[in-house]
Ligand binder design. Structure first.
Ligand SMILES: [Zn+2]
Length: 339
């Protein structure tokens, strides 16, 4: 028996055969913040062979309260989350294969990952990316495990093509996500419970224990001591664009995702590079000099500080404008600075 995994192998529903399946498994983790970093650590420790980590963000000190893979130095260095996470994960287990994607998760990336992996784990914080994951998972017939948390509560559901209704079908039945952890806060136990339940479902799926997979949407509130499981099998929509015979996977079809997006609750607007014009880090530096701004260059991006704004330009031309709350302000500032 492999000593490292001996306690997991003793667990009869996993055993040697399940452990071998985990070693061969390929899992994409979309988002590497609170949920994603917990999920990544749990699956790496469990022996999953290959992990694909995708996240567009860098580590900030406000992440450290709940995002368990990151350190103070990562926040000081503003390290991309996928880079900081990978270093820590390889310290935990040196024989895991990890592919990182430090970028906005768009339809091209999600489709590429869905073709390669056995399972997609939701570590995101927004509906748009979940709709993308949902379309890709149902198109390529692989499960994805939804997880969301805010305050002291969380929701988990494993979406399994051909067995469960999809995320698009369930949207009206899921709790409102108008609140975000940036506006109402979050306690780390809510994150860890959500991610742990997602990982339990992942272990069941990856080891072939499909009958054990939960069939109801699980809600909990660990502060107010409440939990409930809601049956959703009858919620499937006959004309669903993702999981019915009329499926067209609309999220995967858009030729170019919207270039400007508000990053929920973060006082920031993200701008994706246009195909016609992709700003380089050198150009960003020239702009910073021209407007008499201060700037800081890291291996992965350049930060420009101007008045109350902080502008981050990434190597791929993507940009995050901090200090703004709506897209029009973002467009205006972008045009003023970069033409
Ligand atoms: Zn559906």
């Amino acid at each position: 028996m492999n000593y490292r995994y001996s306690r997991q192998i003793l667990f009869k529903d996993i055993a040697e055969a399940g452990q071998e399946k985990l070693q061969k498994a390929k899992v994409a983790i979309i988002g590497c913040g609170a949920l994603g970093s917990h999920i990544a650590e749990t699956l790496v420790r469990a022996g999953v062979g290959t992990i694909y980590l995708a996240d567009r963000d860098y580590v900030e000190s406000s992440n450290l309260q709940r995002q368990q893979l990151f350190t103070e130095q990562d926040a000081i260095d503003m390290k991309p989350k996928v880079i900081a996470a990978t270093k820590r994960l390889l310290d935990i287990r040196s024989d895991v294969t990890i592919y990182t994607y430090f970028q906005h998760v768009d339809n091209a990336l999600i489709e590429k990952l869905a073709k390669e992996v056995d399972l997609i784990m939701d570590g995101t914080d927004n509906f748009e990316t979940r709709l993308l994951m949902n379309d890709a998972a149902y198109k390529y017939n692989i499960p994805w495990i939804y997880g969301a948390c805010v305050g002291s509560s969380g929701v988990v559901f494993p979406f399994i093509p051909k067995q469960t209704p999809c995320f698009r079908c369930l949207l009206p039945a899921l709790p409102s996500l108008n609140e975000s952890c940036d506006t109402v806060g979050i306690i780390s136990p809510a994150v860890h419970i959500t991610a742990s339940i997602q990982c339990a479902e992942a272990l069941k799926i990856l080891t072939g224990n499909i009958d054990a997979v939960r069939k109801k949407v699980h809600h909990f509130d660990c502060w107010n001591n409440a939990q409930m499981d809601v049956g959703v099998s009858k919620i499937r929509k006959e004309d669903c664009l993702t999981c019915s015979v009329q499926a067209i996977y609309p999220e995967l079809q858009s030729s170019e995702n919207s270039r400007f997006a508000v990053l929920c609750g973060r006082d920031a607007v993200q701008i994706l590079p246009s195909k016609r014009r992709k700003l380089s880090l050198d150009e960003a530096e020239l702009v910073a000099k021209k407007i008499n701004a201060t700037w800081k260059k890291t291996t992965y991006f350049e930060v420009i500080f101007k008045e109350s704004y902080k502008i981050i330009v990434f190597q791929d031309g993507r940009m995050i404008l901090h200090g703004l709350q709506d897209i029009n302000q973002g467009r205006k500032l972008y045009t003023e600075l970069f033409g």
